[in-house]
Design a binder for this molecule. Sequence first.
Ligand SMILES: C[S@@+](CC[C@H](N)C(=O)[O-])C[C@H]1O[C@@H](n2cnc3c(N)ncnc32)[C@H](O)[C@@H]1O
Length: 250
Amino acid sequence: MSKNVKEYRLTQDGSYTLYSGEYDECYHSTKDGALNESLHKHVIPAFSFAPKKSKLTILDICFGLGYNTFATIYYCMQNGIKIKLEIFSPELDLRLVQSLKTFTYPKEFAVLKSIIDALSEKQRYEDDRLTIEILIGNARESIKEISKEIDIIYQDPFSPQKNSLLWTKEYFKDIYALASKDVVLTTYSVATPVRLGLYESGFYVYEYTSEYTRSGTIASKSKLPLKLIDMELKKQRNPKAKSLRDDEYQ
Ligand SMILES: C[S@@+](CC[C@H](N)C(=O)[O-])C[C@H]1O[C@@H](n2cnc3c(N)ncnc32)[C@H](O)[C@@H]1O
């Protein structure tokens, strides 16, 4: 299959994702479902454990089809959450973003059509309560331009095997430096090298389970009411396990 191919794939919950020929992966888990995965692996745990503030700053790594950003707005609308949201989302693929105004999103996102169109056309959206900025370029560079403290991080690149430089210890250190003291980072990855990278960068690492998706990982600088993973014990039990490092992939 050609490297440039992007094909629609129907996922388990009836929402569509894309398959990327370049990465040989889908943008979402077809088993968990694109919308379901966004809501139950990222948005709901993030909002359950994030600090209760009148404004939250979110880093959505990476924008892709925008499900995590759109599911955040949808979740806030559905639950009467009237706080201000500021969302930064790095993305390499400008052509993908420009194509999103014609993407077949789930019906839940129909109310967000004007936001989707603005992001697709201008990579930016702003109203009284919401600012979204898609940072076109390499996330490793774009995150250095962000001067705000981040409250929520959706860590959602392609897999560590395919998108390695967005899962290394050095990357997580950069993310840690941006994060507020009670940040909540959500990710689908449960891989030990990823959890080690988070731990070695200073994060507490938690297991997250939900009846709606396969389990994932939550990380924070603070103690959360979740099952803390004893990473020292993991290292003792598996001395060969190590975090991913930039110099192995550059
Ligand atoms: C798994 S998809 C993200 C799915 C997305 N969260 C969603 O809800 O649709 C990964 C995305 O990361 C982008 N990407 C890969 N490497 C990147 C990098 N170094 N910097 C910025 N974006 C990158 C890809 O173009 C792709 O759109």
